[in-house]
Design a binder for this molecule. Structure first.
Ligand code: G4P
Length: 283
């Protein structure tokens, strides 16, 4: 699923977020573990100030473990609670409940001092399109989520999914938009498939991917496509086309097809776990 970026969408999404955030104690922010910074929207820090904050490094299965750990440390040093998750397979989900309690302990304590006991923590999931918000909510809430479906005759208002007696989750995630006008950010979002492919031609994108891999994951293309790497990305793409028998009119190389194969392999994790940005490059 791809998302179209229209200014109208963004204004509406921002308004929704501002309204909903008033109701909640905890912001659960999903980022893509492969690009934890480029998949964030810095506005969330302003929107979520005075709230407990939990960052989920989602799609952790697609990123390198050592960098997932490094990013977890990075965000913890900035005061966030952090969990690495694979929402698709359920990895990390079990630990979330405990982490929520821990992240909200100040609120629980405040309530206790005021004599308010057992008021559930209210949480909202936020993140950019495609980061995995719906998948995560389903993984966390399971059957409870299914129960909150529309009932005929009932006006659809805000729905809270009761996770247990301590936590309620707003059923509609908050959609944020990344800073895709920043070129590097835009490129990384295109790498992971968050921006429509039309923004950047597949062949162009594949050359960027090749360039990145040559610099950061030397030998990976050679191993996966059984070809010799060259520092020239175009030559690499030609070799991938040869290796994968991507031909047009019998014997001409079909670079477009090879590019598509490479970008798909990359996005789906078939090239292995790959992290695209690193904490030491951010302060
Ligand atoms: P959104 O609500 O934030 O827009 O995202 P959504 O849950 O629709 O997830 C977007 C895509 O990311 C889905 O793939 C989903 O399966 C995948 N996804 C979510 N979490 C994870 C994760 O932790 N690991 C991996 N590997 N993938 C994850 P899709 O291509 O739209 O569908 P499908 O391929 O699952 O059928």
């Amino acid at each position: 699923m791809h998302f179209q970026w229209y200014p109208g969408h963004m204004t509406k999404a921002k308004r929704m977020m501002q309204e909903n955030i008033k109701l909640i104690d905890l912001v659960i922010e999903l980022v893509d573990a492969r690009i934890p910074m480029s998949s964030r929207n810095p506005d969330i820090d302003e929107l979520g100030k005075n709230k407990a904050r939990l960052i989920l490094l989602n799609k952790a299965d697609l990123a390198e473990d050592k960098w997932n750990d490094a990013w977890a440390e990075y965000f913890k040093s900035k005061g966030f609670s952090v969990v690495k998750v694979n929402s698709k397979k359920g990895g990390g989900i079990k630990s979330i409940q405990g982490v929520i309690q821990e992240a909200c302990k100040e609120k629980i304590e405040r309530d206790r001092k005021r004599g308010i006991l057992n008021r559930p923590i209210r949480a909202m999931v936020v993140g950019i399109p495609n980061v995995g918000k719906s998948t995560f909510i389903n993984a966390l809430a399971g059957k409870a989520a299914a129960k909150t479906g529309n009932k005929p005759g009932v006006t659809k208002g805000k729905q809270w999914i009761r996770l247990n007696k301590n936590v309620e989750l707003l059923d509609t995630p908050g959609i944020l938009w990344p800073k895709f006008e920043d070129q590097t950010v835009g490129l990384r979002l295109a790498f992971i498939g968050s921006i429509k492919d039309e923004v950047l031609q597949t062949e162009e994108l594949s050359l960027e991917v090749i360039q990145f891999l040559l610099q950061n994951y030397e030998g990976l293309l050679a191993k996966h496509y059984e070809m010799e790497e060259d520092k020239d990305a175009v030559i690499c793409l030609q070799r991938i086309a040869e290796s994968r028998h991507c031909l047009v009119r019998g014997n001409e190389l079909d670079l477009e097809k090879a590019a598509k194969i490479l970008v798909d392999d990359f996005r789906n994790g078939r090239l292995g776990k790959i992290t695209l940005e690193f904490p030491q490059d951010y302060n």
